[in-house]
Design a protein around this ligand. Sequence first.
Ligand code: A3P
Length: 280
Amino acid sequence: MATEKSIKAATEHPDIEFQAGSGIYVYEGVPYPWFVHAVTLDALKTFEVRDDDVYIVSFPKSGTTWMQEIVSMIYYNGDIEKITSIHVEERVPHLEMSTAKPGNILYKKIANMPRDKPRLIKTHMAFNTMPADFHKKNAKVIYIARNYKDVCVSVYHFLKMFKAYTDDDRVGSWEDVLSKMLIPMQTPYGSWVHHVTSWWQHRNDENVLYLKYEDMKRDLRGAVTKICDHIGKKLSDEALHKTVDHCTFEKMSQNPMANFTGLEDFDQNISKFMRKGNTN
Ligand code: A3P
């Protein structure tokens, strides 16, 4: 819960002072949400990145889960049976998440993942806050950017159904949420402009594929093909077709391994995790 106690837990660190009631705290100049612990951010500085890692990177609510599902479908060669037997957050764990259930701190689990196949890893880190080792390795990145208006709307509805926030009655009106999201230091992960541009500057790096949510909505098959090329995976026509079909909003919103139903942290009677999946 985003109570003062859990924010304190997030920031149990000699150099950090948390701001009571905010749900976020500032670590080395960047505001993070309470579910990312400062000790995790410390530990990620020395996290070992592998050359064959694949990082799915985004500002929150930009279509990260969509990309996690697509990339894992590609890696599982379009094997829907296999994919739907493992939750998307297990197939592609969230690097800096410190309060996941079960298991809590995920980077330790990620560090111990077998070396016989690439790790698929989700993160919301801006380029400059990635682990130092990332800058020395050739790990692949797929960045997904979404326009900020839709991100803000998606965040608002997400907070409403995220029990950690509603239990504390912290969310407030759309105007309250929007006014906070227009102030980078009050927004989890900080400035959207900084985030998208930090990766945009690296869009031509060989290891980076920079995609936009809106383009993916227009041409999902084209995006899947680009991702396959980027990560060097060739899918059969049948597997490509299955991947595209499985990752449409309509199919994914019915998929309990991707739509977050069953996760007790969320009350989807208030709003669905996969809400509209549209551009406005
Ligand atoms: P909305 O709240 O606008 O519906 P993230 O995974 O980064 O938290 O992003 C969540 C947003 O991505 C939600 O947006 C969700 O509906 C959307 N999304 C998830 N899967 C999608 C898909 N297959 N097609 C389009 N949008 C999708």
